[in-house]
Design a binder for this molecule. Sequence first.
Ligand code: HEC
Ligand code: HEC
Ligand code: HEC
Ligand code: HEC
Ligand code: HEC
Ligand code: HEC
Ligand code: HEC
Ligand code: HEC
Length: 660
Amino acid sequence: MIPFPKLGSKRSFPLMGFSWPCLISFLWLLGCDPAEQASSCPEASARKLEPGCSSCHADLVQAWSRSPHARALGDPRGGGILGDFSVGELRLGGRGYRLGRSKSGIPWIEVEDGKGKWERYEVVHSLGHDPLQQYLLRFSRGRFQVPPIAWDARPKAEGGQRWFALSEARKPEDPLHWKGRFFTANGMCLECHVTGYRKGFDPEKMRYTSRWDEGGVRCAACHPKVPSTKAVSSLDLCGSCHARRLPLRDGAAPGSLFLDEYVPRLLEEPLYRPDGGIQDEVFVYGSFVQSRMHQAGVGCLDCHDPHSLQLKAPGNALCLRCHKAETFDRTGHHLHSEGSEAARCVTCHMPARTYMGIDPRRDHGLRVPRPDLAEASHSPSVCMGCHKERGEAWAAEALSKAHPRGRVARGGPRLPYGPILAAARRGEPGAAAGLARLIQDPQQAPIVRATALLELPRLPLAPEAKARALSLASEAMGDTHPLVRRAALGALGPLAPRLAPRLLDDPLRSVRVEAARVLARGEGKAWERAFAEYRASLAANADRPGAWLQRAILEQRRGELAQARASCRKSLALDPGFAPALVNWADLLRMENKDLEGLRLLEGFRSRHPGAQVVWQAEVLTLVRLGRRKQALDLVRRALRRFPGSRELLLYQNLLEKKK
Ligand code: HEC
Ligand code: HEC
Ligand code: HEC
Ligand code: HEC
Ligand code: HEC
Ligand code: HEC
Ligand code: HEC
Ligand code: HEC
């Protein structure tokens, strides 16, 4: 634990837990000889760890076994299935289901296919247990699919103990249909719910041979070798699963540096609001790294016990281990009656958002409420959760009265990024200057600076602004934080490929791989290694159509057009509705002067998937190239009826009308 002084007081807070001599005597009392034990612990590097652990670490094993980590994956043969499979027939979300159990007690689910036909699937595993449990059904080619119904595991008194639909029934061609890739657990779920996962996807046979050492998040997920001498920050350890991220290898080594194994999502729309608040299901990492608490060195283990996962103190006492009660746990600070819901620190600083209908999760951004910036940030303040009828201006007024020297009245210690990111996303004038300020501001969290870098090239930049952006990016490529280096490369590397080679031997894989992607060609040892790692990262994600698209782009840039076309086809085989791959395929045809063929491809796709805006755009551009301006203009107008206000389409319309 990091012994932070109580903020605003001179007292430092006491060290918790056993001291070393205490541990020895504890083991001795248990009848273990410490000398003997110390020798058996270091040898434990086997994959299956815990049976051997409980003899000496009984208390920790017990705390862990009652935690959600122990129950992250359930096996119908080993118990842990909470759902009631004796309910018979159900109709949920516009689809029929029948539930039951085989003679040997294994649960199954029959799903109606929308045309009155029923298909039966065996339940192979459960995921989670509180407040809901989901199920994995056995499919062909080694796949496990997640059906769109779940068991509400809350007590009956809270409305639980029932089946419910996670989404409405969808048509088979919809990418979000439950038999589609987004609900294939091998690629989408299991890696975080088990220990020692290898996905094992074979892109030739399009089948999985997924394996894992143990179900659930077990000792080995955090202690791959014991006792470990390597210090891993809790953020690297916990972040590997508590983050929206893409793995760079199949089978990440637990206990590695997060950015050596994964690429996290930045504060992109629609995952996060412009002020960084949670919107989609993003888990914890991307929120917590925005906080000033993280910047000051606070970690997950300052609040959570790693084994029981319980908070280290209940209610406001958790925060008051470091923050002064006399200052913050008072009406003078929070304006509400002490002890009320509105006076809980987490109500304002970690507001909850509910996912999957019944699962509230708390925003770990630990932000200060800013009703004064809500409008400019396009992000309603937490006050509006209860005072909607009074409005943001009222809330801002109340706060500046209560804190005449505070944030709302005078501004805070760091520039708020919400209004800047919101302005950039609306393409407002002056947005680029705001982004530049964020990128260069050392007070900002690296994830914020990286997000600003990502936004910069999306703005239309005048030539002198472009020159400034390039010099910014060049500087950011030498930044101390890998997230910033990587974002600088990705955002502006293609405009300045001269600058990328120096990051081919970056200490972190997530940066090296990005340098290889940006360059596409190179030579020398550093290049060879980074390029091999890049290819391996594409192979590790070979069950995702996006990885094949990346591969197609790489091959296209290397002049390997036949391979590039094959990669586009592979991408579409994995997801026939994956529009970017189709657009790229049409672009390959353009390079071979086969625009007519490309046009037919685009038209066919658009009639099957009219919701894909990029395909409409590509079709307009192809028509223009073929000299069919009138047809292009007609198509733009039709597209604008479907996607009103689209910046790209409006631009096309303007250009085409001007030239008519
Ligand atoms: C025979 C007794 C014994 C067994 C079995 C045992 N340990 Fe230990 N373990 C100890 C003792 C004693 C220590 C403290 C001394 C040390 O650090 O080497 C310890 C320390 C640890 C530490 C802390 C290391 C550090 O760097 O502070 C971890 C983690 C750990 N054990 C995990 C495990 C796991 C996981 C297992 C099961 C694979 C296990 N142990 C099995 C006796 C045991
Ligand atoms: C191997 C992936 C993995 C790692 C590593 C991991 N977690 Fe988890 N964690 C999970 C999963 C999966 C769940 C959900 C389990 C469930 O509900 O069945 C979970 C649940 C939790 C919960 C409980 C959430 C709730 O709804 O009550 C907390 C708290 C938590 N983890 C904290 C941590 C911390 C702290 C660390 C690092 C010390 C960590 N986790 C490391 C995968 C992981
Ligand atoms: C990146 C890691 C990761 C992936 C991938 C993942 N989960 Fe989880 N899952 C978690 C964590 C972490 C939690 C604990 C969530 C929390 O409370 O923040 C969790 C919790 C759950 C729970 C318990 C209920 C709850 O919300 O706490 C269920 C059920 C679940 N996940 C199902 C799934 C399914 C189904 C998929 C695939 C479609 C999936 N998970 C993919 C990490 C993951
Ligand atoms: C989610 C990650 C996680 C899992 C799972 C986990 N541990 Fe730990 N463990 C930690 C972390 C982190 C620490 C260091 C705690 C600290 O520094 O405060 C730790 C510390 C320990 C220690 C040192 C004593 C102590 O209390 O700090 C032992 C022993 C230990 N773990 C054993 C186990 C055993 C046995 C299991 C399986 C039952 C297990 N751990 C599962 C993360 C985990
Ligand atoms: C382990 C100590 C510790 C704990 C526990 C802790 N904090 Fe903090 N907190 C800090 C530190 C350190 C800072 C940074 C102070 C600084 O940089 O001036 C901070 C800053 C903050 C800030 C200011 C954020 C900003 O953007 O200016 C808020 C709000 C906050 N904490 C709320 C909480 C809440 C709510 C809890 C309980 C859920 C909590 N803290 C628990 C140590 C802690
Ligand atoms: C300042 C204290 C604090 C820190 C630091 C902290 N948490 Fe939490 N965490 C909380 C509180 C409070 C809750 C809400 C618990 C509840 O509602 O029962 C929570 C809830 C969670 C949950 C349950 C789901 C949710 O989002 O509500 C998970 C998972 C979790 N934390 C993981 C982490 C991880 C991983 C880290 C480090 C990256 C971390 N936490 C850092 C205080 C903290
Ligand atoms: C969880 C709901 C909740 C949230 C969130 C909340 N409030 Fe309140 N607020 C209340 C309730 C209930 C009362 C009346 C009882 C009381 O004073 O505790 C109240 C009373 C007040 C009052 C007292 C005077 C009046 O005119 O009613 C002010 C001022 C106020 N809130 C401002 C805010 C501000 C500013 C925020 C955001 C930082 C906020 N509240 C967030 C529920 C909430
Ligand atoms: C009703 C909402 C609300 C509640 C409840 C609340 N806070 Fe705050 N907190 C705020 C607002 C608003 C600010 C910014 C005040 C200002 O400076 O204008 C703030 C600021 C802070 C800061 C930053 C102070 C600084 O000067 O940088 C910390 C730390 C903090 N709160 C901790 C806590 C803790 C700990 C609790 C629980 C004991 C708590 N807050 C409860 C609304 C709340």
